[in-house]
Design a protein around this ligand. Sequence first.
Ligand SMILES: [Zn+2]
Length: 411
Amino acid sequence: MSLDPAISQGAPAATLDSSARLLEELCAISSETGDAVGIERCGRRLGRELEGFGFAVEIEKVPSADGVPQPLFEARRSEAGEGHVLVVGHLDTVLPAVPPLRFDDRLQGTGALDMKGGFAALIGALDLMRLRSLDPPDDLMVVAVPDEEIGGPISESAVRRWGDGARAVLVLEPGLPATDGETMVTGRRGLSVWRLESRGRASHSGLAYSEGRSALAAAAAWSAEVQALSNAVGGPIVNVGRIIGGDSEFVQDLGEEHRFVGTSQRLNVVADRCIVEGEARYLTLTDRDRVLDMMRALAEKSGRKWDVAMHFEIVEGILPAPPSAAGADLAVRLVEVAAADGWRLDLESDRGGVSFPNFLPDPAAVPVLDGLGPVGGGMHTRDEYVSLVSLERRIRLIASLLEKLSTNSQF
Ligand SMILES: [Zn+2]
């Protein structure tokens, strides 16, 4: 095991301190999703740091989903040639900022964890490398997007655009605390949004019950079956998100007809219509096809059993980003770096939340290291914080990674 002795000697207090102070500044700048002015201020502050490390920073104004231009930041050390190392993160937060606080090991602030802490760790890593006279990769490129928290189109297209042809993709989203250590992410699930339409036959439940065919009962039975397909450890997960059943008018005109909920009116009708909506999450395309085929087959079976028409369809999908063979060596390397520093780095290979790697043109073709940001808690709440111990760990981890990417021609 050959570790980088220069990096694994720990981050000097000054590096950690300036990184933490930068994080306080970034957290104090309000950059709620949609706040183009605040996001630009935050990006310019980060850009000043990157310029100090030889990056040229550009701001593009890109229309968001609602047509309002939002700032998209790109910073490069040199003109991109063949392949580049892409570092990606988002500047937007769910909440507007309140003044940050420090206590114990914690830096509490809006977006401290998700994910301004990741940017602060990156700057700390560049600082540490400079102190150790190490160069980051010449082709390092940093992209900061403004609309990740709403799964916005700018994030998606930025990753498609700059992920294409990248030789490595580093994502600054936070890791998670774990036993004796922390995690980083090597795989993210994809998802399919699905919909089941069920149509039966209405009848009076008192006078002609046997003539009715309950679309609702059939869809409810199907829902329980598909939810039970979920295998929490690694396998696909099915979530039934909504069931709307009743007589046809009720389902069709729910906005108006919901007034019947809580009354006894029309409860004497065998429910002839039902809509079920939900999602399935999976780590591989094989899992995707398997679980969706099973759901479709169960719909056919339930349709026959209950004598109702069931139609199962996929509404939309996001590709999974499974752990890639391309990134495995780098991930193992980082596990060694953490161990040499006295803490345990666990690899999360099936994180459920969709993020940047899911939008890469071919996630399996490029090393993707995700969840590189420091850990903490209270994400998206007023109590959001990062651990300063973790910030120091991540500074060293990212510096080791950048050193590896700048010197090893294999990647
Ligand atoms: Zn985030």
